[in-house]
Design a protein around this ligand. Sequence first.
Ligand code: NAD
Ligand code: UFG
Length: 347
Amino acid sequence: MPCILLTGATGYIASHTWLALLEAGWDVVGIDNFCNSSPRVLERLAELSGRVPSFVEGDVRDAQSLDRAFALGQQRWGGVQAVVHFAALKAVGESTEKPLEYFANNIGGLVATCQALQRHTAADQPLRMVFSSSATVYGKPEQLPIREDAPLSATNPYGATKLMGEQILAELQRCDARWLIASLRYFNPVGAHPSGRIGEDPRGVPNNLMPYVAQVAVGQRERLNVFGQDYDTPDGTGVRDYIHICDLADGHVAALRHLFEQGRSLTVNLGTGRGYSVLEVARAYEKASGREVPLHFAPRRPGDVDACYADPTLAAQALGWRARRDIDDMCADSWRWQSQNPRGFNG
Ligand code: NAD
Ligand code: UFG
């Protein structure tokens, strides 16, 4: 089986994808600079897979670090044959305070990773890359559910890096037919591996809903601030398409298979097609955890949209992939991770 290089390999989505790839029989090499993840992820991956992870600590903006990762893939598995580029900074609010850091890291990192893939691929071989894009590229959606051909826009620097990332990759394909790109537009990844050994471990106050709810349920935070109750949704709170992290990981395996077997690029939504409101998520979490999630109604968060959920038809048709796990699975697996690791990878 081919060897896949994961950038941002110890992060939340990549660590689950790493396991899914190993389970599907692929070989994996990872690179990460730990700017938003813990080295302990590697111990947990070893425990869960029974294999020593092939890993390089380094920054993807640094050509030498990338060369080391490709060399490790060459030495262990005969060469890297595709890259999944997860490495990026992802906090929307922070991106408005430090836009240049976001452009330097997310755009600089993408370009350096593409250059390294090109450097390490023979001239007659395809250049295969899976790119972590986001539903944020749809800006304020005009129509729901959101199809891939919906208008695109960026409402903050983070979103701009995802939109530009897709554009850069589309230009590469136009210039050189060897590029095979899968841009995956994730909706809202939540939950954890069912073992409870890996999961999301945000630093500081969580920006996102599910990790915040998890910290309230476990007693680390007093109550959930519900941002807005006057949205144009059935109960007035924001509606999103939450997708179980293991379904998302399986989506990457399907996308890689597509690149290898079909030899065609694609841009595709990875979501369930079903939206849940903030109140529905809080209730589902109470049910899964048996704990109360006290609510505090707060003003809207700037930049938030009423509702955002995917049309997942293209993923089903092109990749043969669809999300299988429901909101109860997402909350149960999040709770197992949170309750067994109240301080994430640090205890
Ligand atoms: P994460 O922060 O857990 O993972 C990103 C990883 O990349 C981290 O381990 C971090 O240390 C690493 N990293 C960042 N910059 C790096 C650099 N220059 N060199 C090496 N490593 C670097 O985030 P995640 O939620 O797993 O997100 C993964 C990808 O998916 C990101 O590109 C993100 O923008 C995208 N995405 C995430 C979501 C979400 O809600 N989690 C939604 C849509 C898209
Ligand atoms: N929310 C609260 N309280 C909180 C946190 C969130 O009420 O403490 C609400 C938000 O207002 C929103 C919903 O919960 O209505 C979901 O918010 P998240 O922050 O979890 O998710 P977003 O949809 O705002 O954004 C996430 C990522 C983005 C990504 C987008 C689409 O943070 O980077 O999903 O993939 F672009």
